[in-house]
Design a protein around this ligand. Structure first.
Ligand code: ADP
Ligand code: MG
Ligand code: MG
Length: 250
């Protein structure tokens, strides 16, 4: 579903991703773990097409399309969703407005009819319920004054509404307490653990992986994937640390 080959990319002339290769077939959750500064967030930005990031080599195939040749909005319309480590705040724009605009823009790009206000609210209520986020939160400005946990749950409501084919989630577990972690993890399962869908789950911690059980786990270090294994790799990293697990490869 997603095939990254030998991807190199950077910012301001600085190389951050350095020959990264990774494949995620449909139906799989692939966890990415790695030390701070390894390039995990950069990978999610490059996949999303964030301005400022320059791709200097390699290719990314997303559902038989050349992802790197697509505009960010085309990537979203094709079914790619990005969850950010640091969600943006948008004062003056309510979540409901924002999400309805985003959904209808994607539906339009796919040649589908927009949802009416009533249809959209019904959908939003259903997804907010799934993430146990009060509908009042969705009527407030996007992320303004939200706690860390509320931002992450609102982002998962957004994912539920957009119903993407593939999600890249960057430290969706950061700043969550144990209960919120479970709610968010179960939300990811409900929305994305479906045939034909895939997830790239970037995380520092094993905890989220106890709820969203990954099929594969890779270590990203110094801009490339240095090791891939099953779920047991995440447990080893948690118990032994990156240095020990990566040191044995040297
Ligand atoms: P991770 O998410 O794995 O912690 P990042 O992708 O955020 O890593 O960062 C990878 C490296 O790129 C780090 O060394 C970081 O300092 C550097 N970097 C990130 N953004 C920029 C930027 N805008 N300008 C220069 N260097 C950057
Ligand atoms: Mg980091
Ligand atoms: Mg990061």
């Amino acid at each position: 579903m997603l095939k990254i080959e030998n991807l190199s990319a950077g910012i301001d002339g600085k190389t951050i991703l350095d020959g990264l290769s990774l494949e995620v077939p449909a139906g799989e959750v692939h966890a990415i773990m790695g030390p701070n500064g390894a390039g995990k967030s950069t990978l999610s930005y490059v996949l999303g097409g964030r301005p400022g990031y320059e791709v200097t080599g390699g290719s990314v195939d997303f559902m038989d399309q050349d992802l790197l040749d697509m505009e960010p909005h085309e990537r979203a319309a094709a079914g790619l969703f990005l969850g950010f480590q640091y969600p943006v705040e948008i004062p003056g724009v309510s979540n409901v407005q924002f999400l309805r605009e985003a959904l209808n823009a994607q539906r339009k790009a796919r040649g589908e009819e927009p949802l009416t206000g009533g249809e959209f609210l019904k959908l939003a209520k259903e997804k907010a319920g799934l993430l146990r986020l009060d509908m009042d939160m969705l009527k407030r400005s996007v992320n303004v004054g939200f706690s860390g946990g509320e931002k992450k749950r609102a982002e998962m409501v957004q994912m539920g509404i957009l119903d993407p084919k593939f999600a890249v989630l960057d430290e969706t577990d950061s700043g969550l307490d144990i209960d919120a972690l479970r709610v968010v993890g179960e939300g990811i399962n409900a929305i994305m653990r479906q045939p034909g869908k895939g997830v790239l789950l970037i995380t520092h911690y094993q905890r989220l992986l106890e709820v969203v059980k990954p099929d594969r786990v890779s270590i990203l270090a110094k801009g490339r994937i240095v090791k891939t294994g099953g779920p047991e790799l995440a447990e080893r990293l948690e118990n032994e640390g990156y240095d020990a697990v990566m040191g044995e490869m040297a």
